[in-house]
Design a protein around this ligand. Structure first.
Ligand code: NOJ
Ligand code: CA
Length: 707
C-alpha cells in the first residue's frame, strides 16, 4: 500500500514537472506588483500576458516572425525550459536627470524550439522591473544560410480595454507631428497624411509611433516603446481598432524589400512597457536606460552639459538666411559660382562674435552656428542633394578658425553644425575629415540634421539602413570626442547609457514650428504632452526661451502659443543636457527674466515629478549637481489653474532664497503673453506654494541655499 502511494506521489511529481515545462512560466517585479506570464497557445505559438496589481494590462499577446526564404517562426514551438536571474545594482549617469540609477529586476529566459524540422530555436528574455518590463527575442542561429531576413516581426500588445491614448502617426520618416488625444479605438493615423510643413513624411498605414502612452479607465498608465535599437529597424505599432490590438510594424526599406537583415546569431531591441499608477512616475522611470548596455566610452568628461545660444532663430524668423547669397529661396537652383553676399547671411564672423559676447556675458557655454558651410543653396526642394553639402568649407564671410579662437578666449565653445539634407552617403564620405576638423579645433559637440526625403529613394529615416548610419556617426563622433545632437534623426531608445555622447535629439515638434508652421504652430497644450510621451525615450533639444512671443516684426502671422513664464518653466519640464536660450540677443538684452535662464541648471543630481496629468499640466523639480540648488518648473495647457507645490522634498535644516517667475495678473498665451512678474521670498521644506498659472502659462522657481 505504502509503496503504491509512493509510486503515485512520484508519478504526480513527474506530471507536474511536465506541466510546468509546457504551462505558463511566470516572472514578477521585485515589488510583486507586475506579473508577466509566458506560455504556448494550443497551436504552439509563444505568447505573454502582463498583470499589474492583479489586473490585466496586456492580455494574451502573440510573438513571432515572418522571414524571407525561410518558414515563419510562430506556431509549432515547444518550451524547452526557463532560466531565472535576479539583479539589483546601482550605476551612475555621467550627466543626466539624476546621478544614481538603480536597476533592479527579475529575469526569465524562455527557451523555445520548433517541434518539426528545421527545428530552429528561439529565446525570449523578459526583464521585469517595478516600473515596467522589457522583453526581446534572441535567435541563436541564422534562419537561411548565414543570414536572417525579417519581413515582419509580429509582436502583439493586446489591450484589455480601450484606453485614452496620446499618439502621433506611425510615420517612417519624421516624428514632428502634433500629438492627438483619443481612445485607442479612434486612432486614425491615415488622416494625418499630408503634413502641412514637411515633405518627408511617409505614413503607410493606420499605425502610431512610439512611445505610445495610454491611460486605462482604472487609472493605470502604460507606455510602449523600445530600448537599445541597434542594427535593426525602428518599431511602429499597427492599430487594430476593433480588436484593441497594437502590433509591431517595423519600418521597412522599399529599396531592399525587407525590414531587417542580420548575419549569424542576433537579438532584437527590447520591447518595453512602462507601467505606473501616477502619470509622473512614467517620467521618473529609468526602465529604458536600464535595458541598455553600460557605458562603452569610459571617461566622457569632454561631454559638457551647458546652455547655448545660436545663429539659428534669426534664420527661422527670416531675419537672416542660411545661404550665403541670402536669397533664402532654396527651391530654385543658383549656380554657386555666381553667388554674391547680400548682407542677409546669418553665419558671418562678426555675427558669431556678437553672439559669443552675449553668451560670455551671461554665462552660456556654447554657440551653435548654422549656415556656415557651403551647400545651403541646394538644401530644400532639390531632388539631387547628393554631393552638395560640404562639412569642411566655410562661406567666404565666415572665418571658422577665428570664431573658435574668439570663443575660447571668452569661454564659449562652438557647437558644430552638419545639415546633411538627408543625403547620408554624402555625409558618410566626409565623416572622417569632418570629425578630424572638429578634433583639430577642439570642438566637442555637433548638431546634425536630416531634412528631406532620404537619398537613396526607398529608404526611410527610421529604417535599419539609417539606424546603422546614425550608429556609425555616433561611434565616429565618440572616437573624436564629439557629442551628437541629431535632428530629424532616429528616435531615442536610451543608447546614451552605452554611448554617453548621444546628448540630445529632436524627433518631436520643436520650438522652430512656431516660427513658420502654417497650421498655427505648436498647440498650447504641446508641452503638457511631450514630457509623458516622446521624453520617456530621452533628452530633447526643444530649444526653449522665446521672449518675443508674438515674433514681431519678423513673422506677424505666426506666434508662440504660450506665456513667457511658460517658456521659463520649459527649462525644467523638458530635460536636455544642452538647453538653448533660443531668442535673439536683442530680445534678451536688459530683460529681467533672463536672470532665470542664467541661473537654471542643466545637469541634475535628482529629479522629482511633483504632479501632472497628460495634456493638462506638469510640475517638475530638479536638484542641480554640485550646488544643491533646486529649480522648479510648472506649466499648463490652455486652461488657467492653481498648482500647489509642496517643498517637503528640500533637505532638512536648510533655508533657500527663492525667486519666482510667475505669470502676471493679465497674462494669457494669446492676449498678453509677455505679462510676467518676479517675486522673492525665503522657503524651506515646510513651505507650500500656491502658483496661479494663466491660460497657456507657467511658473519657474529657483531655490538657492540662503547664505
Ligand atoms: C531642421 C532642424 O530641426 C533645425 O533646428 C535646423 O535649423 C534646420 N533643420 C536646418 O538644419
Ligand atoms: Ca526639425
Amino acid at each position: 500500500m505504502k509503496r503504491n502511494l509512493l509510486l503515485l506521489a512520484v508519478l504526480a511529481a513527474l506530471l507536474s514537472a511536465c506541466q510546468q515545462a509546457e504551462g505558463p512560466l511566470a516572472v514578477s517585479s521585485p515589488d510583486g506588483r507586475i506579473k508577466t506570464s509566458v506560455f504556448l497557445l494550443p497551436d504552439g505559438t509563444a505568447a505573454y500576458h502582463v498583470a499589474f496589481n492583479g489586473q490585466t494590462v496586456i492580455d494574451t499577446s502573440r510573438l513571432g516572425f515572418d522571414f524571407k526564404d525561410a518558414p515563419p517562426l510562430a506556431a509549432g514551438l515547444e518550451m524547452a525550459g526557463g532560466a531565472r536571474r535576479s539583479v539589483d545594482e546601482t550605476w551612475e549617469l555621467p550627466w543626466g536627470e539624476q546621478r544614481q540609477v538603480r536597476s533592479q529586476y527579475n529575469q526569465l529566459v524562455v527557451e523555445l524550439k520548433e517541434q518539426a524540422a528545421p527545428g530552429r530555436s528561439m529565446r525570449l528574455v523578459f526583464r521585469v522591473f517595478d516600473d515596467g518590463l522589457g522583453f526581446r527575442y534572441e535567435l541563436p542561429q541564422a534562419v537561411s544560410g548565414n543570414e536572417t531576413i525579417i519581413l515582419d516581426e509580429n509582436t502583439q500588445f493586446n489591450l484589455p480595454s480601450d484606453p485614452m491614448c496620446w499618439w502621433i502617426p506611425g510615420d517612417w520618416d519624421i516624428y514632428e507631428h502634433v500629438y492627438n488625444t483619443s481612445r485607442f479605438s479612434a486612432i486614425d493615423a491615415l488622416s494625418k497624411r499630408g503634413h502641412p510643413n514637411l515633405a518627408q513624411t511617409y505614413i503607410p498605414e493606420n499605425a502610431v509611433n512610439t512611445p505610445l502612452t495610454m491611460k486605462m479607465d482604472n487609472g493605470v498608465y502604460l507606455s510602449i516603446h523600445e530600448a537599445a535599437l541597434i542594427d535593426y529597424a525602428s518599431m511602429t505599432l499597427k492599430v487594430d481598432q476593433d480588436r484593441l490590438l497594437a502590433q509591431s510594424e517595423l519600418v521597412g526599406s522599399d529599396r531592399l524589400g525587407w525590414k531587417v537583415r542580420r548575419e549569424g546569431p542576433f537579438h532584437t531591441p527590447w520591447r518595453t512597457i512602462q507601467i505606473a499608477d501616477r502619470a509622473g512616475d512614467l517620467i521618473e522611470s529609468m526602465l529604458i536606460l536600464n535595458l541598455n548596455e553600460p557605458n562603452k566610452l569610459g571617461d566622457v568628461s569632454w561631454v559638457k552639459p551647458m546652455k547655448y545660444v545660436g545663429i539659428w532663430w534669426e534664420m527661422h524668423l527670416g531675419k537672416s538666411s542660411w545661404d550665403y547669397a541670402g536669397s533664402q529661396d532654396m527651391t530654385s537652383y543658383i549656380d554657386p559660382k555666381t553667388l554674391r553676399p547680400t548682407g542677409r547671411h546669418g553665419a558671418t564672423t562678426a555675427n558669431a562674435k556678437r553672439y559669443i559676447d552675449f553668451a560670455a556675458a551671461n554665462g552660456f557655454g556654447g554657440l551653435l552656428v548654422e549656415g556656415w558651410n557651403t551647400g545651403w543653396e541646394r538644401w530644400i526642394g532639390f531632388p539631387d542633394r547628393e554631393g552638395v553639402f560640404d562639412f569642411i568649407t566655410p562661406y567666404p564671410d565666415y572665418d571658422l578658425e577665428e570664431v573658435v579662437r574668439y570663443g575660447k578666449e571668452k569661454g564659449v565653445a562652438l557647437i558644430m553644425h552638419h545639415e546633411t539634407s538627408a543625403a547620408p552617403r554624402t555625409y558618410d564620405q566626409q565623416l572622417d575629415t569632418a570629425y578630424q576638423l572638429m578634433k583639430r579645433l577642439g570642438i566637442h559637440a555637433v548638431k546634425t540634421g536630416y531634412v528631406g526625403k532620404i537619398i537613396p529613394e526607398g529608404e526611410y529615416h527610421q529604417g535599419q539602413w539609417m539606424v546603422n548610419h546614425f550608429q556609425r556617426v555616433l561611434e565616429t563622433a565618440a572616437a573624436h570626442q564629439v557629442a551628437v545632437d541629431a535632428h530629424e534623426g532616429i528616435k531615442c531608445t536610451g543608447l546614451r547609457r552605452t554611448y554617453p555622447n548621444e546628448i540630445a535629439r529632436e524627433t518631436f515638434r520643436g520650438q522652430e514650428f512656431n516660427a513658420w508652421a502654417t497650421d498655427g504652430g505648436n498647440p498650447t497644450e504641446h508641452l503638457t504632452i511631450l514630457p509623458f510621451t516622446t521624453m520617456l525615450a530621452g533628452p530633447m533639444d526643444f530649444t526653449p526661451g522665446v521672449f518675443n512671443l508674438k515674433l514681431k516684426p519678423f513673422k506677424p502671422a505666426n506666434q508662440v502659443n504660450t506665456t513667457l513664464a511658460h517658456q521659463l518653466a520649459t527649462y525644467l519640464v523638458i530635460y536636455s543636457p544642452i538647453q538653448m536660450a533660443c531668442d535673439l540677443p536683442e530680445h534678451y538684452e536688459g530683460h529681467e527674466a533672463l536672470q532665470f535662464i542664467r541661473d537654471v541648471g542643466v545637469d541634475w543630481e535628482q529629479t522629482r515629478v511633483l504632479d501632472g496629468e497628460i495634456g493638462d499640466f506638469v510640475t517638475i523639480a530638479r536638484e542641480e549637481r554640485g550646488t544643491g540648488n533646486w529649480f522648479i518648473g510648472s506649466l499648463t495647457d490652455e486652461n488657467a489653474r492653481t498648482v500647489t507645490v509642496d517643498l517637503s522634498f528640500l533637505p532638512a535644516g536648510k533655508t533657500f532664497d527663492a525667486v519666482l517667475y510667475l505669470d502676471g495678473p493679465s497674462a494669457h498665451w494669446n492676449d498678453n503673453p509677455q505679462d510676467y512678474r518676479i517675486e522673492t521670498r525665503q522657503a524651506d521644506r515646510s513651505t507650500r506654494l500656491e502658483l496661479t498659472l494663466a491660460p497657456g502659462g507657467g511658473a519657474a522657481i529657483s531655490l538657492k541655499a540662503a547664505k
